[in-house]
Design a protein around this ligand. Structure first.
Ligand SMILES: *Cc1c(COP(=O)(O)O)cnc(C)c1O
Length: 399
């Protein structure tokens, strides 16, 4: 044998008697079959838990899928390359031309963009509903409605909807419910116990926890639904790199303590923000006075919340001052996404994100969203204070 061949065919046996907390990592595009008979057998059930080809998964893929199922009591989980890909997979697997879907107005933004572009091109229509008004959802469900998207709380504005009421409406009309549970991360509450059919996660956020991996998951309890999602996933070739899966497997054991730490720090900072005269509204579901606080209490019975909150800055401040405030922050970095150790800030133009008329608390002022990392809370408070002092000084003098 040539040495190049020997490098490829060098025999390898996993060490006998070897055991360690972290599972081994199995990488493959090609998977080797012991015989033609086995090859044919494995392809009889295309989406069964069988090793056929790397796009479907290796033992590492299946391990993370099974672990994620334990989080929410799912029966089947499918990994995809990002949280947005998880949303796209659900839509592509379940919808066809002529169908209509319902999307909350405060949904994760790119979900709406996808509906406006590709879904519309495929002949799938959508309507936007007010997640804080269950009657609006009920009024918009029609014979054509095949899927309702839910999210709790809303992205960026963090209103917590009346989840039990929204689910009851969908169930009464026999419409499938897909729930984006990125915020809850399978920790704050269990979406299947609320009655949803599909739970979608951006694993990019808390499950990864490092700000360095993009991944998503689609979880179901119903076998027929799972089969539709797995088949579509296979046909799209939405596979996930095994090194990224390894990173999430490494991070998952610490997710619950990280979630609690991010949540406690965000709550403390949000309370501090409520005392600041430049801030007219703090949007954080665990804070009394925030939209949907009572609904959060009803669903998140352990009192858990993610490390996110937004503030509405006084309408008399200029946009330039708000930008200057964000630029003046040092510990907080400007950037999208969340769930990592570093605190982040993004100013948003809410008016451009919404389709329906804005609720009163968003009509005036400027919205800034914070994602709280794992830094010491006093450093974050001091950073907010110095940036407000710097950017809003002239406003205070003129008041
Ligand atoms: C971040 C996020 C997504 C998208 O996840 P990516 O991995 O960044 O594509 C989807 N839904 C929600 C609620 C998110 O916060």
């Amino acid at each position: 044998m040539d040495k190049t061949t020997r490098l490829i065919h060098h025999p390898y046996q996993p060490p006998e008697g070897y055991s360690a907390p972290q599972p081994g990592v199995f990488k493959a595009s090609t998977i080797i079959f012991p015989s033609v008979a086995v090859l044919r057998e494995r392809y009889k059930d295309e989406v069964g838990h069988q090793y056929t080809y790397g796009t479907k998964g290796t033992p590492t893929t299946f391990l993370l899928e099974e672990r994620l199922c334990t989080l929410e009591g799912g029966n089947s989980c499918t990994l995809v390359p990002s949280g947005l890909a998880a949303i796209a997979l659900v839509n592509l697997a379940l919808l066809k031309s002529g169908d209509d879907i319902l999307i909350p107005d405060n949904v994760y933004g790119p979900s709406k963009t996808l509906a406006n572009a590709e879904l519309a091109n495929f002949g799938i229509s959508h309507q936007v509903y007010d997640a804080m008004n269950p009657a609006d959802l009920a009024a918009k469900i029609s014979q054509k409605t095949k899927l309702v998207w839910l999210e709790a709380p809303g992205s960026v504005t963090l209103e917590f909807p009346n989840l039990p009421a929204l689910v009851r409406i969908c169930k009464a009309k026999n419409v499938l419910i897909a729930f984006d549970n990125t915020w809850g991360a399978g920790i704050a509450f269990n979406p299947f116990e609320q009655g949803v059919d599909i739970s979608v996660h951006a694993l990019t956020k808390y499950p990864s926890g490092g700000g360095d991996v993009l991944m998503g998951s689609v979880m179901t309890r119903d076998a027929a639904l799972s089969s539709r999602i797995k088949h579509c996933h296979m046909r799209l070739g939405y596979s996930v790199g095994v090194n990224d899966i390894e990173t999430v497997l490494r991070s998952l054991p610490s997710m619950a303590v990280r979630y609690a730490a991010h949540g406690a720090a965000a709550h403390e900072l949000a309370m501090w923000c409520q005392q600041q005269s430049d801030i007219v509204q703090v949007l954080h579901p665990a804070i009394p006075g925030s939209p949907g606080h009572a609904h959060w209490q009803e669903v998140c019975t352990q009192g858990q919340s993610a490390g996110l909150f937004s503030i509405v800055l006084h309408g008399r401040l200029s946009s330039a001052q708000v930008d200057a405030f964000c630029d003046a922050l040092n510990v907080f970095k400007l950037g999208f996404s969340w769930g990592g150790p570093m605190s982040l800030v993004v100013p948003y133009k809410v008016r451009q994100m919404r389709t329906l008329p804005l609720p009163e608390y968003l009509q005036h002022g400027h919205l800034v969203r914070f994602s709280i990392g794992l830094e010491a809370v006093e450093d974050l408070t001091a950073d907010l204070a110095q940036a407000m002092q710097l950017a809003f000084k002239s406003f205070r003098i003129s008041c």
